[in-house]
Design a protein around this ligand. Sequence first.
Ligand code: E4P
Length: 227
Amino acid sequence: MQLFLDTADVEEVRTGVVDWGVVTGVTTNPTLIARAGQDHETQVKKICAIVGNVSAEVVSTKKDDIITEGRRIAAWHENVIVKVPMTPDGLGAGKVLAGEGVRINVTLCFSVNQALLAAAIGAYIVSPFIGRLDDINEPGIELIKSVVAAYRQQSIKTKVLSASLRNPIHVQDSALAGADIGTMPFKVLESMMKHPLTDAGLEKFLADYRKTQEPKPVQSDKGAPAR
Ligand code: E4P
């Protein structure tokens, strides 16, 4: 499973991609762009300069407007994937854009049927949201399992991107369910690498190494047998 960051923060992207070398893409949405405090185009271009596979979401809601906005966003950078909402207009526009060679991510997916519709327009990615299902007392991970199973059964090539991941358990469960991609906030990525035994083990190894660097006590030759 590829690990994507769900962020519009350039420093977080640089850390995950360049410093740690574990992140291969980024998803943004209007909420995350607003939090970054930059205009959409500037922020997306900065992120595209660091990593491929950058989902940028349209804010238009009518089919023709989504097509126009989607073309504009796609022209920003070759790494852009245009995110359209799971609505009739979003699907219709996504189909046109996909036909023009634009990679489409259908977002706000909450059912297997919606995922089948995303595949039907030739979407590159479908984004089932698991955290938001958990929030309303529906087990989100079951949706990932079902979408993966339906896609496998139907030999569908659209990638399943497990979205709205809120904790490290969501990440490992998504991988076990067969998701192609998991997208997560930076703090969840950080929490994936934490384990108390790793910290304790490293501390012990370093302490033992330091002991080998300490000067050896000088041996006295008093009492040694005469030669
Ligand atoms: C990603 O594409 C989604 O926009 C994101 O994962 C939503 O996460 P949230 O439900 O935590 O806002």
